[in-house]
Write a protein that binds this ligand. Sequence first.
Ligand code: KMH
Ligand code: ZN
Length: 439
Amino acid sequence: MIGTTVTLRVRMGAHDAHYAGELVDGARMLALFGDVATELLIRLDGDEGLFRAYESVEFLAPVFSGDYIEASAELVKVGNTSRQMRFEARKVIANVRGANMPASAADVLDPIVVCRAIGTCVTPKELQRRPRELYMPALPFGVPEPTPNVVVTPASEGGPRTLASMEKHAPEVILTAAIVGAEVTRKQTPHLPITPQEIADDAARCREAGAAVIHLHVRNDDGSNTQSKERFAETMERIRSKTDCVIQVTTGGAVGMSIDERAQPLACKPEMATLNCGTINFGDDVFVNSRPQIRDLAGRLRAAGAVAELECYEVGHVEEALRLAQEGVIMGPLHFQFVLGVAGGIGANEANVRFLVSLVPPGASWAVAATGRHQQPMTELAMRIGGHARVGLEDNIYLSKGVLAEGSGPLVARAAAYARSIGRVPVDPARARAMLLAK
Ligand code: KMH
Ligand code: ZN
């Protein structure tokens, strides 16, 4: 029964629009979750049961009148009376709202997740009417199951169909911890590791939590940025004395650094290093990676024996990376990191991720990193659709709204737990080496 999924699809009407711009109230999604939960309970217990509590609810994208919403409930845990379910609502059709478009124009979408939740229902013991066959006699031969707007896939037919398994993907996932970065300060969070020992300790905690790769920046003792090879060497040594993680050094460094400065960590012969694939506005600054500079750095990575992770902050950066491969400046297999939500770069949303992924050639791997509040939903999306994920203080300092993450470990732990909950397996560093570094 675990894994049984109930899905229904409904169109949001004009009467569902509650806010300006025909925006539908988020509570409408919860009403749909109530309906799919109730159907699951009826199928399980022969009783409508009761919704007791939501453990989490995330509203991820707006819903408008005219949208077709597909809502699913998946049974994830069954107790004596409690039934825990995972819910997802996806927008599958939407009207095209454009100045010169007829009001009736509509598109079929790659599903966009608009709301996700986990909740628990109860069916009191005395109301449970199992076994199911006793109260749901089989239909006479030849009579089709009535399925007006409901799709049900029992777990017993060809294995459980889970929300996660609706999209095919390899089970292994590489979690990267970006634990320092160049922009975050101690003023913003007291949990930012700065000294080589603090960085090594945090790396070890991230490994413990499920990370296989450490994306590494280093700092001077006063917290300022440095690409000093001595500082990298000391930090890498300390990390290696505590963990076996793949160390991926930054060659992006901080905005304003020269290429020579940025390339210094390559002297430490890292297994992996970043290669930033284009110039972007980076907040109010400009992160400069001219085409000759990218090729220069790529050559330096090659000479150091470091495998490149291709940092892409824009669609054109992916195309540039593909050009580098065509030119033979970088070697396959290619590893893309899509960095979403930098002010001035590509936005953090599902449609963008799916488009970026559509550009990834066969045999290449890809991951998502996203800034701030986008980190959790975007990395979870990546894991659901077959990518890898990067989390950590470099990109986001909060565990939840207003709650600082106490280092990157808790962010990694949450990503690892999510990965497991959808059937993906965070790999250890040895496996990550085989997946990323094998020539
Ligand atoms: N600090 C950013 C300007 C990288 O590590 O390669 C660049 C960055 C990318 O963090
Ligand atoms: Zn970085």
